[in-house]
Ligand binder design. Structure first.
Ligand SMILES: NC(=O)c1ccc[n+]([C@@H]2O[C@H](COP(=O)([O-])OP(=O)(O)OC[C@H]3O[C@@H](n4cnc5c(N)ncnc54)[C@H](O)[C@@H]3O)[C@@H](O)[C@H]2O)c1
Length: 268
């Protein structure tokens, strides 16, 4: 299905690791809609190799960049504008990682060095990306920059651990930088708060299977999957959403507005 919504648009997609990644589905849908882009990930993730298939399929150059490294990000934006033949219209930040979650550290006993790492990789990296694009004047007017987040930024999901703090910060960065991008460059900056989705990062959260089943039963429409999230990203990159900015947009089948559902009550 293509409506040519992104025909002539250029961008960068961060975070496609394997075919389950949300960024992978976004890349496929953006390509279908006529968008052209550079794919990027941390050098170590690129070495795993799966992304080469996606790069071929979408005719997308691959440029490694560690999202916690300003020099990598500056190079990425300069090279992307060069390779794609002009300034950019969209950026997807689809990056998350917590050493504390990986190593099963409880929230009351966090390793604070790792906590720094969680915040840097999962939140401050968005500030770094927005800064690199700003300083290199890489975005076209009416461009769109998006990051993916989760409702643990607003409500407690205990096993989401320090990632909850990172997501709160990420959403705040979208608002704060969105103000300046709106004023100076007519570029919008938003976060999409996605349903739990079975990906490498998602499945790393303790109790993920129960977590996803619970969300599915609370949400009147059920969980939104990665393909539906990709559709929403396409809409947010298109010219149909030009005045939406500094928002956290729930894409969750109604989960965020529901207190309890008949299915969950029946289990009590
Ligand atoms: N899966 C879910 O349930 C869910 C729900 C809501 C939001 N999200 C968010 O969606 C985004 C994408 O996650 P996903 O679920 O597709 O998982 P994923 O594991 O496929 O993607 C995470 C990506 O982050 C990249 N990354 C990690 N460290 C990096 C660094 N230093 N520099 C550059 N890239 C780095 C990884 O290589 C990987 O490609 C994340 O922000 C995640 O928090 C996921």
């Amino acid at each position: 299905m293509s409506n040519g919504l992104l025909k002539g648009k250029r961008g960068i997609i961060f975070g496609a690791l394997d075919e389950n990644s949300i960024a992978w589905k976004v890349a496929e849908r953006v390509y279908e809609e006529g968008g052209r882009f550079v794919l990027t990930n941390a050098p170590i993730a690129l070495r795993m190799g799966a992304i080469n298939q996606l790069s071929e399929k979408c005719e997308a150059p691959l440029i490694p960049a560690d999202a916690t490294n300003n020099e990598d990000l500056n190079n990425l934006f300069i090279e992307s504008v060069d390779k794609l033949g002009g300034k950019l219209d969209f950026v997807l930040h689809s990056i998350g990682m917590s050493p504390n979650v990986r190593k099963n550290k409880h929230y009351t006993d966090l390793n604070h060095e790792w906590y720094h790492k969680t915040l840097d990789v999962s939140a401050m990296s968005f500030h770094r990306v927005l800064t690199a694009a700003w300083k290199n004047d890489s975005m076209n007017d009416w461009g769109s920059m998006l990051a993916l987040t989760y409702i643990a930024a607003q409500r407690v999901f205990p096993d989401y651990n320090d990632m909850a703090d990172a997501k709160s910060m990420l959403e705040s960065i979208a608002r704060s930088f969105g103000y300046h991008y709106g004023k100076e460059k007519k570029v919008r900056v938003n976060t999409i708060s996605q349903s739990p989705t079975p990906t490498t990062a998602g499945k790393g959260v303790k109790g993920f299977d129960q977590f996803i089943a619970y969300a599915d039963q609370i949400s009147p429409m059920g969980n939104a999957d990665a393909t539906a999230c990709a559709d929403y990203c396409v809409a947010m990159f298109s010219d149909l959403t030009r005045y939406i900015t500094m928002q956290n947009l729930f894409h969750d089948g109604g989960f965020s507005s529901t207190g309890v559902s008949a299915e969950v009550l029946d289990k009590m």
